[in-house]
Design a protein around this ligand. Sequence first.
Ligand code: FAD
Ligand code: SF4
Length: 500
Amino acid sequence: MTIGVWVLGDQLWSQQSALASCQNSTPVILIESTEPAKQRRYHRQKLVLVWSAMRHFAETLRGEGWDVTYAIADNWEISLETWLNKYQIDELRIMLPNDRTFKTWIESLSLQCKLSWLANNHFLWSQTDFSQWANSRKQLLLEDFYRAGRKRFQVLMDGDKPVGGKWNFDKENRHPPRAKLITPEVLRFVPDSITLAVIEKVKALDFPLYGEIEPFSWAVTRSQVLEVLEHFVMNSLASFGPYQDAMLTGEETLWHSLLSPYLNLGLISPLEVIRRIEKAYLEATLPNNSIEGFVRQVLGWREYMQGVYQWVPENYPLLNWFNHTAQLPEFYWDSNQTEMNCLHQVLTQVEKTGYGHHIQRLMILSNFALIVGVSPQAIEFWFHSAFIDAYDWVMQTNVLGMGQFADGGILASKPYAASANYIHRMSDYCDRCVYNYRKRTGDRACPFNFFYWDFLDRHLEQLKSLGRLNLVLAHLYKLDPQELAAMKSLAENWRSQFLL
Ligand code: FAD
Ligand code: SF4
């Protein structure tokens, strides 16, 4: 009986379960297909990152003695069948894909061999364990899940108590940015010959893509990724907590780790990251609020988003609680087409790098689409195209659930909608904007303001039913009706100008 392993493009770890279940002389295939990039626009750097990391990983496996076939093709199916025939494979082993749709697609193929799924070990929580946790409660609160994870994996625990005496140090975090903050250098990697070849390939593709291809400086191998982690711990982690939500012009990464592209490709495992952060805590070198704040992201949010994605019904991608139908403003594809400085800055950065940090994604890019009333599926499509770390599992929950509240509250307890007040407090973007963050009506009124109040007014009944927004809605009731009418009219005019 001949066994073969198909390593998917986001499963680039020697310890992944399908490889771990075989001897390292087993035939292995990786398929570099242009098929997904034809189905939606992708960021050029995302294609370079994924394909270069795959090519490097194939080399690593060869070095370990695996019989590796690296197929470069338009289409997955033909390469797979050719390889199955060539090696006379009787059993094809694949680690369960992170993305549900890909599993369904593989199952629809008429393979002439046995297909065996191996449990996915790129996340700490298995689907079964998450379902057991989720099925036993009325609401899926992140805080409860995170604490359960801390106990289950014994992370930052002293027996059954959290180290430092508290589960959550958030009150000490989320400071607005101060002037003259000194931020760490980003660790950049010079492309080697493999990456340069992929850059040339992507430049030659003749279908629509997004973003700039160069300079490309992402890590593409596991050893480079380990350097990224070390660099983060030594240079950024101490200030990660306090300035986690801050946004500053020209500062693309601040104290963020930039680990998501690599975690999502399997080049590093979440437990490795968590244990390294825990070591920094045990060495007593870094403040609790940053350590705990970061562990919450990886052990809490990341695992939670994947768990919810696997747990929700299959129609989740189609949900649209607010019934928003507007198309995406064209400037999301071209930052030069907007004068709103916050959007212009963040969109320019995404075009250049494929990266934005959490608050840029949530409170600028997603918030604006939400309050304007853009279709959740349209903004999800854009996010998936634009970001270096985007995959179905992380898009559905973050964009549809958290960003757009399209699931009506399965994931978040209230919508993340905000006016210019928030953006002015947490960034310096408003200082250099043609719009006035204080103004809700009249000349140069900030669109985030009139759309925010228009959003609250349009969805008043639904928002009331959530019971978490009484304070905010109390402000809406107190608004002068003429001012509200003026804001709604500005919102309508804007829509007719920008949503053709
Ligand atoms: P850091 O701020 O350094 O955080 C550390 C790690 O925590 C991240 O690397 C990531 O692995 C994990 N993490 C934190 N929050 C989340 C979360 N909500 N979901 C999943 N992982 C989380 N994350 C992606 O990996 N891919 C995406 O395409 C993506 N799109 C997003 C879209 C929207 C609208 C929102 C609100 C969030 C999105 N996120 C996405 C989550 C989060 O913003 C990114 O993981 C994070 O900004 C990546 O940058 P970093 O590695 O520097 O993160
Ligand atoms: Fe953004 Fe409004 Fe501030 Fe301009 S004034 S940067 S549009 S929030």
